[in-house]
Design a protein around this ligand. Sequence first.
Ligand code: MSP
Length: 659
Amino acid sequence: MSKKTFYITTPIYYPSDKLHIGHAYCTVATDAMARYKRLRGYEVMFLTGTDEHGQKIEDKARDAGVTPQQFVDRIVTGERGVLDLWKLMNISNDRFIRTTDGYHVQAIQRIFRKMYDNGDIYKGKYVGKYCKPCESFWTESQLVDGKCPDCGRPVVDAEEEAYFFRLSKYADRVRDLLENTDFLQPRSRVNEMVNNFIKPGLEDLCVSRTSFTWGIPVDFDPGHVVYVWIDALSNYITALGYANDAYNDYDKFWPADVHFVGKEIVRFHSIIWPAMLMSLGLPLPKKVYGHGWLNFGGEKMSKSRGNVVDPYILAEKFGVDALRFFMLRTFPFGSDGNFTNELLIQTINTDLANDLGNLVSRTTAMVNKYFGESLPAGCGQWAAPESFDAELREMAVGLRDRYEEQMEAFQFQNALEEVFKLIQRANKYIDENAPWALAKDMQANGPRLAHVLYNLLETTRIVGVLLTPFMPESMDKLFAQIGADETCRTWDSADRWGALPETVSPKKGENLFPRIDMEAAIKELDAAAEAAKKAALPAIELEPQATEQVDFDTFCKSDFRAVKVKACTHVKKSEKLLCFTLDDGTGTDRQILSGIAKWYAPEDLVGKTLVAIVNLPPRKMMGLESNGMLISAVHKEKGEEKLNLLMVSDAIPAGAKLC
Ligand code: MSP
């Protein structure tokens, strides 16, 4: 009999900037789900990838001075790129699609043509705004203060030929899908879609562009490229081999069991995507789940806000599993969550170091201390069980069902909560039995002590099985420590008490989750974030050139002269000011104050030939008079202000006019 299949996807990511922990959130959730289904014996297809076309990429590549293909290659396959990040996070995707892959490009052209041939794509006129100098079309909403968002100049009304998809034709069917089925989850997102997008009236969608070239060409109309969302959404079927020969898994895996997507792109997945599939006459995915955002400081993480959290730093510091666990344990998947380093460390310390880590290390240490290599045969049975023996055992064998119910509803947080209730119960069971007291008289209490420890090992094993999808590497270590081999790491064994042989050889090993010193770690993280922020700043930043013109006569009124430094001292009580005594060629010394103490030591300037503007009105600073201003060049390096006094050749005599 063929295996049951499960097809799950993440969105395909824009390789426009480095991915952050918010991006990893969805991928880690998808990975946990995929591993859970594999554990249950499903044949899983887990797809992720990158969405590489569009104007934004074209623009960024131009800014970086490379071709769009070179640009995306670097971010996808380069060091610490998308592929590296998924490797770091131990993501077990079965396939990775890039929308620049040849088979996808060809399939999109076929899909576009099919929709054109069946009359759902037609040629029309796109009415918008046009910026002549930039040769760019804009929609009303893209304008900034009614002007071109690129150059700020006025735009004019314009029309452009474009292809349109008859989205309006599918409005009723899509509404029915949203309102009367479980297609879109959580349910709260349904109203949002219906009220904001469907009720106001679905308009046909413009699905081609002629204003840029970095996209998939419409093969029957040169000059048009396919709208990036048509290209991107189709990845879910092209990656299986739909309309191409690269793969042959479409019949096996389509329709998808679930698309996991962030809440801001639910609109595309729950309205446009089903309508496209209806047009193509294909089955619809079974579910779209719109998860919340991981925020930082109450706002969505984004590079422009400078609040992105770097998964590399956290994974290096705390381990990948702890990070994976934290994201899914702490925030309900359907809602937004606020990421903080404190919360991360607190979760690691409480759940992993204290509760789980202690259970494993105490149990294995006690087996080794009181019994040596292994527990005696027969320890799994006890003639007169205590009430807490039964309680622990019932809770442990019932856990798999409770966990499954939550996992099937994508409620990772609740599934983990169930697991941790058992872990806490097991730790309480240690205290209830006080093994250290039993061990005082091994002759009398040895068998009871062995039974207690077996119950703890068995509970730990069940916990280990169910935590494997979340923390695969650490659970391998946990199984090795309690001596559980492959046969008792299975889903089937997770509701079976006694699957662990009584005489396995547990070995207390390295601490699975070391406790973290909160204060020291926060300090280090803050410093690392600061350094990363700095590193991300541009190497050199220049002040934009003034656009306002100054007439020549006004400019000529400014009198610039070469001046020689006779003396230079710090101004008392001022950290910024230096006081210059200058020879300006008039025979009378000129005093100028300048706020450049941060960059120069006074003694280094004596004897230099500088440039000053000498006809400014006198100004008093810190009780001293300044007659003019020294000219310097300013710029920023990695966000830090830099200043260089304009120094000219000493061959220029004091007082020479600059013009
Ligand atoms: N390329 C489109 C998706 C096309 S799918 C056919 C896209 N890419 S994206 O890179 O901008 O975002 C990918 C996913 O990352 C989205 O689901 C988005 O919600 C998610 N996240 C980006 N930042 C996030 C957080 N801070 N928190 C949670 N998810 C976040 O959209």
